[in-house]
Design a protein around this ligand. Sequence first.
Ligand SMILES: Nc1ncnc2c1ncn2[C@@H]1O[C@H](COP(=O)(O)OP(=O)(O)O)[C@@H](O)[C@H]1O
Ligand SMILES: [Mg+2]
Length: 347
Amino acid sequence: MSESAVKVGADAAAASAVDAKGGAAVKGGAVPLIELVNLKKYFVIKGAKQGSRHVHAVDDVSLSIRQGETLGLVGESGCGKTTLGRTALRLYEPTAGRILYRGEDITDAKMLPYRRKMQIIFQDPSASLDPRMTVGEIVGEAIDIHGLAESKAARRERISALLDRVGLNSEQANRYPHEFSGGQQQRIGIARALAVEPEFIVCDEPISALDVSIQSQIVNMLDDMQDQLGLTYLFIAHDISVVRYISDRIGVMYLGKLVELAESGEIHKNPLHPYTRTLFAAAPVPDPEKNRGRTRAVLEGDIPSPINPPPGCRFHTRCPNAEPRCSAAEPEFREYSPGHYAACHLL
Ligand SMILES: Nc1ncnc2c1ncn2[C@@H]1O[C@H](COP(=O)(O)OP(=O)(O)O)[C@@H](O)[C@H]1O
Ligand SMILES: [Mg+2]
């Protein structure tokens, strides 16, 4: 996906515009598929002595995802990636901000018609599949909710086509999730997401819980599906090396904030934010030779609590370059070169 900016799926190709400068196809045209505007999601923790407190899980994030692209979202565990993905789908109600889908404000809309368009693949496939339902029932449920099969035969056919598409077979429709391996369970989760013919899928660390040996199979399958079906992905990972090859653009989150956003190649060549740099330094490099000359910036200390985030730049407590102004004022998320945004006082 990131390899060629012009590689787009069938639907996306139809909607793509031509870049006057380069002549290359630009994904999605003028209106992004999904837009998050100043999105916030705070969780209330009740029962605290001083009254209720809030977890600032997603704190004022603005982001657009173009049709047909993969936007990779990375950051340490707990920084708000899952919350952002789920709030974008309104599986969590936003605390503040707006969500637009094809330019329509869906922040307060009835979601049933949009549920079909927007799906999620979960991090832990075994926990996301009902153990009492057969695979056929799991995949068929979404078909039923949205009335997508005219007859029992059409429904059966649709289920076996979906299982086929994810590399399972129709005889397996009568089996239960526990009879499958982790990788196969994730394939079932993907078939369930695909059942409603979505346009946008939040892939929430879909390979993190899987054996390393099968991770690339699942990523390649998601990549092929995107090309064939014109899908748009928000692809969440805690490890930047996972999203590197599949993302068109990469967003980096730290403690509820988006701190950097750029095209995948650009952010790898020229990471601006000190946090992004440390993420790259921590990522494994396949070739040990290349590791030798690299200065390994190591992050000191734990990620602070999102209940009382540090003032100013949230990263200042761990930043190797922090200055007094970093704790005094919040840095603006600014565009430093076309399409390359970062929030840091020192840039
Ligand atoms: N349902 C919830 N209730 C309260 N706090 C939550 C809930 N879900 C997530 N959080 C908190 O919000 C923060 C962000 O979590 P999450 O979005 O799961 O991060 P990530 O996916 O990046 O690991 C964490 O501090 C987490 O403990
Ligand atoms: Mg998560």
